[in-house]
Design a protein around this ligand. Sequence first.
Ligand code: SF4
Length: 454
Amino acid sequence: MTSTPLSIPGSKTSAATTPKVGIVSLGCPKALVDSERILTRLRAEGYEISPSYDGADVVLVNTCGFLDSAKKESLEAIGEAIKENGRVIVTGCMGVESDMIREVHPDVLAVTGPHQYEQVVNAVHDAVPPVHDPFTDLVPPEGLRLTPRHYAYLKISEGCNNRCSFCIIPSLRGDLVSRPVASVLREAEKLATAGVKELLVISQDTSAYGIDRKYAEEDWYGRKVKARFLDLCQELANFDVWVRLHYVYPYPHVDEVIPLMAEGRILPYLDIPFQHASPTVLKAMRRPAAQEKQLDRIKKWRAECPHLVLRSTFITGFPGETEEDFQFMLDWLQEAQLDRVGCFKYEPVEGAAANALPNAVPEEVKQERWERFMETQKAISAERLKQKIGYTLGVIIDEVDEEGAIGRSYADAPEIDGNVFLNGETNVKPGDIVDVTIEHADDYDLWGSIERPE
Ligand code: SF4
């Protein structure tokens, strides 16, 4: 069993500002390889590896939890690192027993489990932020992105605690693991500093953010911020960029963010995957928040924030869906007056619990219901778009060519919603946010002109 601060070939003498990480690696060769991977990643990010406790800004203890004797040794190693250095992050096999570690050593900064490279590296970032050197770093501080420069996806958690019967994400990605709040905010700050104008908050279940971390508080510019949906939204609102929330479930606590939308601090846009409306089908789907009174909630939100835009997705032809269930959903759509809606015909996914449900809906019935659904919603969406004519909306520009510009209002997420066409407007560039008077609408898109001072 190795129990030694590792030193990595090529680590150089410390410069005063370079963050330094020490490591104690316990356990089997697999754990040693994990330690090497973590250190390789940290080294690539500019961290130095400290061969001693007192030279380190933070110490990682990669634990072994195979036998009771190994657990004892791991707890002792954590204790020694706390005594000698004070700033300790625990990872490795024993990390799955986070409560026990914290009971013995309440001062550890973070505990992550085996193979959680991303989480352990994020914990190091939180404890000792990396220093960006523009002359030597190959990667910009905000990371490499595949989206255009002016918008970026901000992933706040991985995995999901729900068990929807048609979905296999929890078995692929595990239960909800939320990122520490300071890590999310640091990434958002870097993106905003790099010129991003719109942050798209994503996860499998955005409104559940922080539940797994028991809403752990962290320091953020001298303030304590909780890893909690509302607190995260409040903090993101401070970055002076558009903040758009995706994959939100209508739990009661979502009500708390509506005032932020009404005040214009985050975009009045909620992407809520309702998937169905019939209580029987929702129950068979095992949907989260299915029991909530969704229509009442939507009415309440709109009373508080009249410009709120709601986008959603639905599934038709789920096993057991009757004509009555389907009609219930169409009536619900008429009541709910959602702005943007996608609809999928149910397809079994290998490994999903729903595959075992009786009363599969025949393909031709699925198709016929899908067409009726789309027709119903198309009329609703078109009417809601028409209501925007004559209003002035902020529009973020995505593309410009010799014929004009194409942008999106707060009501349109990139790729999935509509566009605002600005014919003849060539004097703008991607990422500009301009005030546009809406002049025309069709079933999906809007047309308008940029407002200019008289
Ligand atoms: S569909 Fe359900 S189980 Fe799957 S990721 Fe979404 S909330 Fe989680």
